[in-house]
Ligand binder design. Structure first.
Ligand code: HEM
Length: 398
C-alpha cells in the first residue's frame, strides 16, 4: 500500500485495508503527527520508539484497567477483575507476583522436548503433501497443545477452547463493536475443567493456581477464589495461543520471501533464534497497546487530558528510522531489540515460551523442508483488534 502525501493522514485500527499494511501510515505518523488524534473514535496515538518505550511502563499516566485493546477500551465495557493484562498497580503487581511463581522461565524451558514432539506430530503427516499451512497446520496447533498441557487441559477440549477464543476476539471491518459477553464467553469454557481439576490435582498450572495463596495489600493471606483461577487460566490461554500462531505465520511468510536468509538458517540453525527475534520486530503479532489516560499529560505542545484514550503503537516503534538502520528491511542479523513483548510492568510473561516455540517450530520445519512459496491466493488474515497476522498461510514446499 503506498500513501499519497497529498491525502490526509488517517489511522484507524479497525480498518482492514490499513491493517493489511499499516507501516506506510505509521511512517507518516512518526514524521508528521508524532502525537496523532483520530476524531472518529476520539483517540490519540504515539508512534515513535522513544515515546512508546517511555509510555509503556508509565502506568500512573497510561492505565490498563479499562482494557488494553482498542475495541474493549473504546466500548467502555466493564473489565472483570483478575486479568493482569487489564490491571494496574497495586493489584496488578500482586497478581503478577503470584503468576510468576507458577509461570517460571524454568518451567517454560522444561517443555522444549514436548514442543518438538508436537511439531513433529503436526508436520510428519504432511511430509509428502507438497505443501502445508504455517498457521492452521502448525501455528494454531502446537502452541495450543503446549499451553493446554501446561494448564492441564485435555487435548479433546483444547480445540473447542481455541475456537471460542478466536470467535470472541474477531472483529468486523470498520467497526470497533465488541460483544457485551466477550469476557464471560472466554471464561465460561474453562469452568468445568477447573471444577474437575480441583478434585483431580496434577502437575500443572491450574492445580498450582487452585492451591495458590495470595497476600492482600493489608497483609492477610487467602487462597485464590475460583473466579480468579478462571480469569488467570483464560488469560494465559488467550494470550499464549493467538500471538504465537501469528508469529509462526509471519516467520513462514518472511522466510519464503527472503530465500537467501532462509538458506543461511538451513546452513546454520543456531541463527533461527535471531530470525524469530527479527520477525517479532518486523511483524509484531500484538502491535497496538491501548491505554486510558489517567492524568493530564503534555505531549508535543498539546495537553492530552485525563479521560482520553491513547494507542501506543509498538509496531510502529519497531520501525522507527531514528533507532533502526533501514527499518523496513528484514534482516536476521540485526540486533537492537524491539517492543513486541511490551515494556515495563506488563512485559509479556510468556516471552520465553513464545521464543522457544518459534525457534523449535522452525528447527523442525527446516529439517523437513528448505524451500517454500506462499500461496497468497489462498492465504487470509485474522481480524482481531488485539492480534495482527495470518489466519491461513498455505505454502508449496520443495
Ligand atoms: C509471539 C508471542 C507473543 C507476543 C507477541 C506477546 C505480546 C505481549 C505483549 C505486547 C504484552 C504486553 C501488553 C501490554 O502492555 O498491555 C504481553 C503481555 C502478556 N503476555 Fe504475551 N505475547 C506472546 C506470547 C505469550 C505467551 C505464549 C503467553 C503465555 C503462555 C503470554 C502471556 C502474557 C501475559 C500473562 C501477559 C500479561 C503480563 C502483565 O500484564 O503483567 N504471552 N504479551
Amino acid at each position: 500500500m503506498s500513501i499519497d502525501p497529498a491525502v490526509e493522514l488517517y489511522y484507524d485500527p479497525f480498518d482492514f485495508a490499513i491493517d493489511d499494511d499499516p507501516y506506510p501510515v505509521w511512517r507518516r505518523m512518526r514524521a508528521e503527527a508524532p502525537l496523532y488524534f483520530n476524531e472518529k473514535y476520539n483517540f490519540y496515538a504515539l508512534s515513535r520508539y522513544d515515546d512508546v518505550a517511555k509510555a509503556l511502563p508509565d502506568w500512573q499516566t497510561y492505565r490498563s484497567g479499562r482494557g488494553t485493546t482498542a475495541d474493549i477500551l473504546f466500548s467502555g465495557i466493564e473489565v472483570p477483575p483478575g486479568i493482569l493484562l487489564f490491571e494496574d498497580p497495586p493489584l496488578h503487581d500482586l497478581h503478577r507476583r503470584l503468576l510468576s511463581r507458577v509461570f517460571t522461565p524454568r518451567r517454560m524451558l522444561a517443555v522444549e522436548d514436548m514442543v518438538r514432539g508436537f511439531c513433529a506430530r503436526a508436520l510428519d503427516p504432511l511430509l509428502d503433501a507438497g505443501g502445508f499451512d504455517f498457521v492452521t497446520d502448525l501455528g494454531a496447533i502446537m502452541p495450543m497443545r503446549t499451553i493446554g498441557y501446561l494448564l492441564g487441559i485435555p487435548e479433546e477440549g483444547q480445540q473447542q477452547i481455541r475456537d471460542l477464543n478466536d470467535k470472541s476476539i474477531t472483529v468486523a471491518d470498520g467497526s470497533g463493536d465488541v460483544s457485551p459477553t466477550i469476557f464471560q464467553d472466554a471464561i465460561a469454557v474453562f469452568a468445568e475443567y477447573i471444577e474437575w481439576r480441583a478434585t483431580h490435582p496434577s502437575d500443572d498450572l491450574m492445580t498450582d493456581l487452585l492451591n495458590a495463596e495470595v497476600e492482600e495489600p493489608d497483609g492477610t493471606i487467602r487462597p485464590l477464589e475460583r473466579t480468579e483461577v478462571l480469569a488467570y487460566t483464560a488469560m494465559i490461554a488467550g494470550a499464549g495461543n493467538e500471538t504465537t500462531a501469528r508469529l509462526i505465520g509471519f516467520m513462514g511468510q518472511l522466510l519464503a520471501e527472503h530465500a537467501d536468509q532462509r538458506r543461511e538458517l538451513v546452513a546454520d540453525p543456531s541463527l533461527i533464534a535471531s530470525a524469530a527475534e527479527e520477525t517479532l520486530r518486523f511483524e509484531p503479532p500484538s502491535p497496538v497497546q491501548a491505554r486510558y489516560v489517567a492524568n493530564d499529560v503534555e505531549l508535543y505542545g498539546h495537553t492530552v487530558t485525563e479521560g482520553s484514550y491513547m494507542l501506543l503503537l509498538n509496531g510502529s516503534a519497531n520501525r522507527d528510522e531514528t533507532r533502526y538502520t533501514d527499518p523496513d528491511r528484514f534482516d536476521i542479523h540485526r540486533a537492537g531489540g524491539h517492543l513486541s513483548f511490551g515494556q515495563g510492568l506488563h512485559f509479556c510473561l510468556g516471552s520465553a515460551l513464545a521464543r522457544l516455540e518459534a525457534r523449535v517450530a522452525f528447527e523442525e520445519v527446516l529439517k523437513r523442508w528448505t524451500d517454500w512459496d506462499v500461496d497468497y491466493d489462498s492465504a487470509c488474515r485474522a481480524r482481531t483488534s488485539s492480534v495482527r497476522g495470518w489466519a491461513k498461510l498455505p505454502v508449496r514446499t520443495r
